[in-house]
Design a protein around this ligand. Structure first.
Ligand code: HEC
Length: 200
């Protein structure tokens, strides 16, 4: 398998790629047709194509204020996450915890842990409320995101968030993540400092 490490000879790669093409071609020819289902329509693909990147790519045009968000939060979120985002039982806190991540009792919240406001928007939009994901309008998601950021002292009480302003918000833990260039890990594990999950 030395061809896979370094200094692979060009001729070796050519032989290898021809081999892969031939194998894929044969597999395709042998795939049985079941004649079930149908190709997804463009509208169906668009409805599921909701990912928002850290830089804000994918955010729909819209806006929502802290004041509106307080109402959305009380109606749709407080029952699980607490009146002001402090968490209830096993339901996670969304507010507080700033400065605790390197302590013995880290409290991970939107305010203390999440590196981007854009991905908070994405998460709420796709996954919350827990029992009815996908039911909030874009405006409600902008508003409730604004409210949670306000409770974390990240935006002021009169803030109105839009697809333009959200990517510009600098979250307190923006620089708290350590790149993990596996398989050549030369740095301490991210878990030694901050827990690194898929929220980036
Ligand atoms: C029925 C209970 C319930 C309701 C209602 C609910 N959530 Fe959640 N929420 C959860 C649970 C459970 C999790 C943890 C999910 C997981 O880790 O997979 C969570 C996680 C979250 C997180 C990620 C927390 C973190 O740091 O990992 C955010 C942000 C959030 N909820 C926002 C909201 C918002 C905004 C609303 C209202 C629109 C809402 N939730 C309504 C139960 C709920």
């Amino acid at each position: 398998m030395s061809d896979f490490t370094s200094n692979a000879k060009p001729s070796g790669w050519l032989v290898l790629s021809v081999g892969i093409f031939a194998a894929a071609h044969t597999a395709a020819a042998q795939t049985p047709r079941y004649d079930v289902g149908r190709p997804a329509t463009q509208a169906e693909i668009r409805a599921r194509d909701i990912s928002v990147a850290p830089d804000g790519t994918g955010l729909p045009a819209g806006h929502g204020s802290v004041a509106e968000g307080r109402t959305v939060y009380r109606n749709a979120c407080a029952a699980c996450h607490g009146e002001r985002g402090q968490g209830i039982g096993d339901y996670p806190a969304l507010v507080g915890g700033q400065g605790t991540l390197t302590s013995k009792a880290p409290v991970q919240t939107v305010g203390s842990f999440w590196p981007y406001a854009t991905t908070v928007w994405d998460y709420i939009h796709r996954a919350m409320p827990y029992q009815r994901p996908g039911t909030l309008s874009n405006r409600e998601v902008y508003a409730v995101t604004a409210y949670i950021l306000y409770e974390n002292h990240i935006v002021p009480a009169n803030a109105v968030l839009t697809e333009k302003s959200l990517p510009k918000i600098r979250m307190p833990n923006r620089d708290g993540f350590i790149p993990d260039p596996r398989p050549d890990v030369k740095q301490p594990s991210p878990r030694a400092t901050n827990k690194s999950e898929s929220h980036q």
